[in-house]
Design a protein around this ligand. Sequence first.
Ligand SMILES: [Zn+2]
Length: 214
Amino acid sequence: MPNYNAHTYFGMKVLEELPVEARRSCVEDLPVFRTALYGPDPLLFCSVKAKRRADYLHKTWREQNLSDLERSIRLGSGSVRSFAAGYLLHMLLDDAVHACVYRRMAEGSNHQRMELALDRIILDELGMDKPPHLAAQGRKRTTEAAAGFITPATENQYSIGLLRMSAVTDMIRLREKRFLAGVTRVEAKHAREMREILEETISPSAGMLAGLLE
Ligand SMILES: [Zn+2]
């Protein structure tokens, strides 16, 4: 729902709010945590079939994955725990902005332009002229850790999706200004609204994660 920079920012802000021990547990494998912050989104870039599965995972994650994610965060270790923590945070942020995004799309705003405008707000706050590369280090470990949470999608679809997502975002980051030129005043306003929702979601999400890691 939000683009990758918003998800990364959100995940890192949640980490800052965690007690030291809980934070350490989440980032036992930091590259995997960072990639997991993209949730099932890499699947959107793999194929039409994988995209359908990504949509399914977004819609059904509370019923299908939440208890497994909680168990892995509590009892898992290393890459699996880091993946589960990052993946959970992706889903919490997506769910938080979901209603706003769909309402604004129904009013005529473009989903991708609102996402890019939200990313730009955050990057401006961070003083970054150009969007950073997608964090996709540790792809093999991330893919293995993802396997337990992305059924019916496969490890192979996730792995290919991550590579393609990386290529597509690299293309967009070089043309960011051109894409942003198309953002309307109303879309920019909606992006600011999403920015506020993101901020309000940080503390409750940190509370949930800290509770699991007590
Ligand atoms: Zn998503």
